[in-house]
Design a protein around this ligand. Sequence first.
Ligand code: PLP
Length: 420
Amino acid sequence: MENEDREPGNSYGSTSEMEAHMIQNSATRRTFIGSMAAAFGLARFSPALDIFAQARQRQAQGQGEPGEEHPDENYDEVAKLASNENCWGPSDAVVTAMKDAFKYANRYQYPDGGIVDAIAKHHGLKKENVILGAGSGEVLRIVDETFLPDHKRVVGVDPSYDSVYRHVTNSKAEVIKVPLLKDYRMDIPGIIREVKLNYRDVSFVYLCNPNNPTGNIIPKQEIKMLLDSIPGDVTVLIDEAYHHFVTNPEYATSVPYVQEGRNVIVTRTFSKIAALAGMRLGYGLAPKETIERLRAFGGGGLNAVVKYGGVAALKDAAYEKKIKQMTVELREKTCNELRAWGYEVIPSEANFFMVNVGKDVAAVAEDFKKRKVLVGRKFPPMNNWLRVSIGTEPEMARFMAAFKELFPAGGIKKEKKEAD
Ligand code: PLP
């Protein structure tokens, strides 16, 4: 609860200091890479340099892998509503378990608290159905590497969590992106159509449920329809990073499909409801044969401390319930206030939501930053939609105050809204 006690201060003369520091850092890195390139004649190998350039560009756009960004010390002063984290931090039981596990910090062959078994039992599965990752992001990467040899295709909606799609860009695979429907729901019939049309080349389907960045769900009937309609050898990867925040009865987890032995992989994370984003723990659930294929590409190398934290988090249902309740209450309060101020908000089932601000959000994010609020990056093609994560009550109040300063009551003009 640490952040709730802290009142937002209002002197943030440090935004520009932070920016200056970041610019200086990246300039230093550029100079370093530049001189290395010159020294070793790397200019000829432009693809390698391209990768550096792409990584820098992604970082500048806030699209880096979790943990890639290294903000300076002023980080603690800003309201971090940009990355869908859990602002309240892990439960006392989790912190205690992690502190106790520190006694293994000096060991290689440390016990793991029984994390794989705990996850398997939690879902009514066997250990052979579980793969761990340094965050579910690592599991997504492993799925990509396993299922996307050159020229294979992945099908998914657009926009969605783009880690899977980004990997595709870096390999010789391809992504078939199915646009969202007019009301921002995910177009499952559209995905089925694309899979059938490209059947020979499609390796897997990626579904994010609830979806990031929109926050809405795929109803359980539609997941069933998809699985029953596409060829059984096309794997369906269902990313349930935000599962714990859903209240809509139309939603259901896809874990039972793993129990049935269907060709699915379900990913979960301890980064959101359990508030362990900085500690890096997630997992994938799938039939045994799929897990064996995935293991060839990673899934080890996690630290002892987070494994004990994960076991404690799975047991702490009361804390999970409390976080869900606080998140949903603050989300609905903020969304209703924005609607009352005249702005369209997509109904969300996650710990974030999207609001239409009627102009490109890249500049808008800068305006919020000046007011000590970090908001989500741009998610093309929804360029005018701002994604906002749920923070503490004072942080959401700071966000609303900034929003009212930046956007007039009454909302954006109708013509502008229709152009989006
Ligand atoms: N999946 C979705 C939909 C996400 O939004 C995120 C991170 O924000 C991840 C996966 C990766 O999270 P982590 O690697 O922390 O588990």
